[in-house]
Design a protein around this ligand. Structure first.
Ligand code: NAP
Length: 244
């Protein structure tokens, strides 16, 4: 990250805000910190941070921001939303919203920035996906589907850009202590430490990154046998004891 020009979406709070702080600590050259409402952007107290307004479901805004940020070398697609609800009874509008932001919004960002990154190569795309990309948790089924779709797009783009000097990283966390998990009684790590782990692993060249302990437990269960993660989520959904 040292001396690099980085763009981070959803940078006003949660993991995005922590990624800005951690990028600064790592000596980033410039950080375009985007938020859909600039009045919510914290003051990072560092002139390397350039705040920009960006709603990632609005392609006109994306293209306008891309026009202003032609020096980007690292694109971090962090912005995302999570709606509660299962497939059979959840609000269909919520399922569509999750898909619009997490999948269509993020692929619009990749489509707009790939030519810029290619010109500035070597470059990176870092997509914040989720552990539920590997197996769905039915209480957040629309979110899970959107993140599985995003993981698929991430793997496609990794191959599409492989010969163009752009590496494409997927970050698949379990649960981090942000507004997204408000009200949960899980024991979760704070986003500042997780952001540093994410950037350390990106710098080390890891492509598929699970930055937290809970996520790693789930990932290792899935790696051993995909049905093991499905069984964990079955037990969580039905309020049964988790056995792994
Ligand atoms: N927290 C976790 O346990 C966890 C686990 C796995 C993956 N993730 C992923 O990590 C990313 C960050 O999540 P978080 O936990 O930091 O959540 P958060 O605290 O709720 O922050 C979400 C950020 O995304 C922004 N955002 C939402 N919709 C947007 C849109 N349409 N256009 C632009 N920005 C938008 C929000 O902006 P506003 O402030 O304007 O709403 C906010 O800055 C998400 O992609 C999430 O799915 C989180």
């Amino acid at each position: 990250m040292k001396d690099k020009v980085i763009l981070i979406t959803g940078a006003n709070r949660g993991i995005g805000k922590s990624l800005v702080k951690s990028s600064l600590e790592k000596g980033a050259g410039k950080i375009y910190a985007t938020s859909r409402d600039l009045s919510k952007m914290p003051d990072f107290g560092d002139e390397r941070v350039v705040p920009l307004a960006l709603e990632i479901t609005d392609n006109t805004q994306i293209l306008k921001v891309a026009e202003q940020t032609k020096d980007v070398e690292v694109l971090i697609n962090n912005a995302g939303i999570l709606s509660q609800g299962n497939i059979l009874e959840g609000e269909i509008s919520a399922v569509k919203n999750d898909m619009n932001v997490n999948y269509y919004g993020t692929i619009s960002m990749m489509r707009a920035f790939a030519p810029i990154l290619e010109k500035n190569a070597p470059a990176k795309i870092v997509n914040i996906v989720s552990i539920v990309a590997y197996s769905p948790l039915p209480s957040i089924a629309g979110y899970s589907a959107s993140k599985t779709a995003l993981y698929s797009a991430t793997l496609s783009v990794r191959i599409e850009l492989a010969k163009k000097g752009i590496t494409v990283h997927a970050i698949n966390p379990g649960a981090i202590d942000t507004d997204m998990n408000k009200g949960s009684n899980w024991d979760m790590p704070v986003p500042d430490g997780i952001a540093t782990i994410i950037l350390n692993k990106v710098e080390a060249g890891e492509l598929d990154i699970v930055p937290d302990e809970m996520g790693l437990g789930m990932f290792n269960a899935w790696k051993e046998e995909p049905s093991k993660l499905a069984e964990m989520f079955h037990n969580m959904y039905h309020g049964e004891q988790i056995t792994t």
